[in-house]
Design a protein around this ligand. Sequence first.
Ligand code: SF4
Length: 393
Amino acid sequence: MAPQALDADFGIYVHIPFCQHICPYCDFTTYAGEESLIPRYVAALTRAVEREGERLGHRRVATVFFGGGTPSLLDPEQIAGVMEAIARSFDLAADAEITLEANPNSADQARFAGYRAAGVNRLSIGVQTTNRRGLRTLGRNHEAADAQAALIAARRAGFDNISLDLIFGWPGQTREGWAADLDTVLGWEGGPDHLSLYSLIIEPGTPMADAVTRGILHPAEDDLSADLYEDAIARLTGAGWLHYEIANFTRTPGLHSRHNTIYWRNGEYLGLGAGAHGRIGRERLINHLHPRAWSDAIERGERGVSNSETLTPAMEEGESMMIGLRLLREGIGEPEFLARHGRTLDDAFGDTIANLIEIGVVERDGGRIRLTERGMMVANDVAERFIADPEAG
Ligand code: SF4
């Protein structure tokens, strides 16, 4: 693999593919009605952690992220069991960021205190919207009051690093409604430290896509989604929040998502559990999708990987640009790119960067390449300019 910066963080992603019900817009790897598999799945996670720890030489771990699905369906003792396995199988940093995603209605103060005692020090709560019509359109089975109560319970349980997820651009949403959403969560007692704002993408094959096809729901126009995004940026940055990544804002600069920053820096991470992705060296790995299939594989002594791909140097360089540009402040550092890929940014993408600067979507200053404000609004188009030909390099 190309040299990594010496201080590059390594993270572990643990996927919990269980939900009480499936939201109509969801295309994550998750299953409803399979909760009876959870004990077996947790045991398989523990075995996989131990095996990977051995294989990766008890590598230093800077972040752990329990994502889903609904990780808060796991009891604190189950999360503690996985965390203990990570601590004895890897060199878990004393200041490691340990995040757990929680649904507002699967959490109370005692449960949160249990996660805190298990080592979790960051919570990400899926609020999505505080608008009742929006919650029903998104098929969420909680109310705004549940999300507010979850935030208060998390604070009382000792969490001082809490992120909330919100979705914008859902069918029927208005600019006024979105402004009210933002004002509501910012006004909650013990308000969030971090916000992730996701533009709703109606993925083919989901029940929501079917409702759109049948004319029952009408997706937000692109112009409205762009307005909603710009409104949020203005509202949050006006209140002193730092917009550090396309979809992410923090009230306190140190409380950005360290785990996701590993992804955005195109770093390495281990993916554990059904459907999890990992990136180790030049290998991209994808695990078996169903928790039963993944647990079976682990119990047979296998790694649980269903697909792997070896990235070419050109693909790695392209990914560093595509993902790195999402970091609005940091962008891509020229020395870091050279250290990571063994050649300069100009050797790799000189013409493309010059063209993007000329049309005003990218800027280069102080040894870094970043999106401009205009570039931020067309970030996907800019990213596409760096997609590598898989046959090259
Ligand atoms: S809670 Fe999240 S992961 Fe579960 S079905 Fe809803 S959107 Fe998907």
